[in-house]
Design a protein around this ligand. Structure first.
Ligand SMILES: [Zn+2]
Length: 352
């Protein structure tokens, strides 16, 4: 009897050790995989932004694919990854017109395709109002073009981009399985799990790297924020109407900044003088009342020196009204900072 119990104990111990070994092996594998992935992101190609774009898309695809416990390896179709890249590039281009490649005169193929598509989209809609890819309404000819762009992006991924990226993190084989030219890649179950468990960290690293690369070819501010338009449908901290109480202090009669005429409530909008697409932020020193039809930023005229001088004068007058509040009111403080640092003119010069 005693002997039997000992055998049972030994068996139990062996099984237990087996489980511990297995789970620590999985843990080590996952850590290793994430480390290599982050290394590849850090060392990715910088002549274009295909690497951050496709890896961000990969994370998105993995997050959308459910696998239960004991699930199998994940086959990722590169065309579906490519379609997401087009979506990201569309949003970053239509709102911020970011350059995604080193040569301003010859942007990467996918960017040229997206820019062309946006032009054709504006024509088809007879409006230059920027719209997110997710909400865009493509007519059949444009839909067909879009499918061609997805194909082209898929080809670029499978023939070139994926292979060289995997090499940068020594990810080939047991971590991510892809042979150059193949339509899909295979993500082992534990690698997919590691992406899911660390998606926030991986995404942060990708955005950081993406913004860093964009800094090489874009001089506009807040690139880090612009990159994240992928995740943030609303880039505003607060509605523009928040600024009305400040504008009213200096312009109680609500005269249009552009034409000088008083504006009826139903025609009143708060406009950015220097385009929002450049600053990616709403700042009191750049906001004015205009008629709906006298709008600056969306498709209106680029502000001339005349309006810049007018804005500087307005800011000084508004600051005089807010004198004494700079320390207690954040908007007043930012206005004072903008006036003393000459931000209107500096940004106007840079954004041309
Ligand atoms: Zn007007």
């Amino acid at each position: 009897m005693k002997g039997d119990t000992r055998v049972h104990k030994q068996e139990f111990l062996n099984r237990w050790l087996e489980i511990i070994k297995k789970s620590s092996a999985v843990l080590i594998y996952k850590q290793d995989f994430v480390g290599r992935l982050l290394t590849a992101v850090r060392n990715c190609a910088t002549r274009h932004t295909y690497d951050p774009a496709w890896t961000r898309a990969l994370v998105e695809v993995v997050m959308e694919t459910e696998t239960g416990p004991g699930g199998s390896d994940l086959e990722v179709d590169l065309r579906s990854v490519a379609a997401r890249m087009i979506k990201y590039y569309w949003n970053q281009t239509i709102f911020f017109n970011l350059a995604q490649g080193a040569n301003p005169c010859r942007q990467p193929d996918l960017i040229r395709r997206v820019r062309e598509l946006i032009c054709e989209y504006f024509e088809s809609r007879r409006s230059r109002e920027p719209v997110r890819f997710e909400n865009a309404n493509f007519n059949p000819p444009l839909r067909k073009k879009l499918e061609e762009h997805f194909d082209a992006a898929g080809e670029i991924l499978k023939n070139d981009v994926v292979h060289s990226f995997l090499g940068k993190g020594r990810l080939h084989g047991e971590f991510i399985n892809h042979t150059r030219g193949e339509d899909s890649l295979l993500l082992p179950q534990n690698a997919a799990a590691a992406i899911r468990e660390n998606s926030a960290l991986i995404t942060e690293a990708i955005y950081y790297r993406w913004a860093q690369i964009l800094e090489k070819y874009n001089s506009s501010p807040r690139l880090n924020r612009k990159v994240r338009i992928i995740d943030t449908p609303e880039l505003r901290d607060r509605p523009l109407s928040y600024f009305a109480k400040y504008l009213d202090l200096e312009n109680p009669g609500r005269q249009c900044f552009l034409c000088g005429q008083p504006v009826e409530d139903q025609d009143l909008v708060i406009s950015h003088v220097i385009p929002w697409s450049y600053l990616c932020s709403d700042d009191i020193w750049n906001l004015v009342y205009t008629h709906k039809d006298c709008h600056f930023s969306k498709s209106g005229p680029f502000p001339s020196e005349f309006f810049i001088a007018r804005l500087e004068k307005r800011n000084k007058a508004l600051l005089a009204k807010l004198a004494g509040y700079a320390e207690t009111d954040m908007v007043a403080g930012m206005l004072q900072e903008a006036v003393s640092r000459n931000l209107v003119r500096k940004n106007w010069i840079c954004c041309q």
